[in-house]
Design a protein around this ligand. Structure first.
Ligand code: CAA
Length: 388
């Protein structure tokens, strides 16, 4: 019998500040329904200067890891497309901040929003290959930035997901067969010199849907699966309307009952994404967390997951919910975390957006403003970030 491997714990962190997208629409002279219905987003997380991808990842992980976990993790994979260093892995900072076992591999992976899926599949492979390995920590942490008053502005966001991958997982056992497809295209990218992403907006959405079509049909050819085998299908969510288009695409030939039940689960799986925005690598897993905390699917329900990273890689993979998934996935109360955030005016958001760390080696001391965070960025000196 194949041993079960998958997600045993899942945690999340998002900044304590947000922007209301109706207010943004008024300020940008756009009909608010374009943002709320056309794009499908209500709010957007705004990152303050005392948080970055490292602190967000550490803040997501600290809420779920026990002392035993810290001692038993022997691989830490940090997925990001908004990393803080071209060379050093964000995983090393998180290892020190959390006090994770030093006899661990720590590395960073990148392939746009697909990075956390690459990390998750690598974690599974690590546990298959190393019988003595118990636990792998997968982190997906990003700040999605397009720029003030750009077309992409409404699809910004920030946050981190932490997942503990083990044998006999208590949340989601991953099935081994998946379908993936990669092709060198320019739909979305961020050159080293830019702190905002470039996107060919409409083209990127067409590629997302083309890759979905390719990997879903490949998956069906490999496994003879049908859409009706899945209780829910989860999507990478750059904004909820695109996931909805993906769902409509794969369910176009299904009967009305199946379409309606998948749509009902999709709605539950995007409650949090509507309020956080795009968190790039973590977005699919924030959608999973939204489903886990807002739905009451039975144990053994089968989920399909579509991961997409621009550039581009797509993957369709699957898993089954485990008997204790409802208890175990409540370690972080995401709805409460979102309700406790402080709303920023559009001009306050623009001020946050334009704050920058020094790039000339000079010293900067940052006054902490993230009251509920365990870890924060204290400042910079000699080109190094100082964390507390
Ligand atoms: N009421 C209701 N709906 C309205 C409306 C109104 N008053 N006004 C417009 N809309 C609808 C439009 O009809 C359109 O709907 P459809 O997509 O169903 O046609 C929708 O609102 C969006 O309108 P536009 O296409 O005119 O929007 P836009 O040109 O301003 O750009 C965007 C939208 C391309 C998503 C842009 O925000 C963008 O570039 N975002 C960043 C790139 C991105 O997220 N790409 C996603 C795929 S890439 C990926 O997945 C990786 C990743 O995470 C980045």
């Amino acid at each position: 019998m194949i041993e079960k491997i998958g997600i045993d714990k899942i945690g999340f962190y998002t900044p304590e500040f947000y922007l209301d997208l109706t207010e943004l629409a008024h300020e940008r002279d756009v009909d608010p329904n374009k943002f709320k219905i056309g794009i499908g987003q209500d709010e957007q997380a705004v990152v303050p200067l005392d948080q970055d991808v490292v602190t967000m990842a550490a803040n997501a992980a600290v809420k779920i890891l026990s002392a035993d976990d810290l001692a038993e993790i022997d691989e830490i994979i940090f997925a990001t497309e908004s990393g803080i260093d071209q060379s050093k892995a964000g995983a090393l900072y998180v290892q020190r901040l959390l006090g994770i076992n030093p006899r661990a591999r720590a590395l960073e992976v990148k392939e746009a929003c697909y990075g956390a899926t690459a990390a998750l599949q690598t974690a599974v492979d690590h546990l298959i290959a190393h019988a003595d390995s118990q636990k792998v920590l997968v982190l997906g942490s990003d700040v999605a930035r397009y720029g003030v008053a750009t077309a992409g502005e409404v699809t910004q966001g920030a946050g981190a997901v932490a997942m503990l991958v083990t044998r006999q997982p208590r949340i989601l056992a991953l099935e081994r067969t998946s379908a993936y497809f990669s092709e060198d295209i320019m739909d979305f990218w961020r050159p080293n010199y830019s702190d905002t992403a470039f996107a060919k907006g409409k083209y990127s959405t067409e590629q997302y849907l083309r890759f979905l079509d390719l990997v879903w049909h490949d998956y069906q050819a490999k496994t003879s699966a049908e859409l009706a085998d899945f209780a829910a299908v989860l999507f990478h969510i750059p904004y909820t309307k695109l996931g909805l288009k993906g769902l409509r695409q794969i369910s176009a030939d299904s009967n009305t009952e199946l379409q309606e039940s998948l749509l009902a689960q999709f709605t539950k799986a995007t409650v949090f994404n509507r309020r956080v925005g795009n968190i790039y690598t973590g977005s699919l897993y924030l959608s999973l967390l939204s489903l886990l905390q807002n739905s009451d699917l039975p144990a053994n329900a089968r989920l399909g997951l579509f991961s997409y990273g621009s550039g581009a890689v797509g993957e369709f993979f699957t898993g089954t919910l485990q008997p204790r998934y409802q208890d175990v996935s409540q370690q972080v109360n995401v709805a409460e975390m979102l309700d406790q955030r402080q709303k920023l005016s559009v001009s306050e958001y623009e001020t946050f957006f334009n704050q920058a760390l020094p790039t000339d080696g000079s010293e900067m001391v940052i006054t902490p403003i993230s009251k509920n965070a365990t870890f924060y960025l204290q400042g910079m000196t000699d080109h190094q970030r100082l964390y507390k």
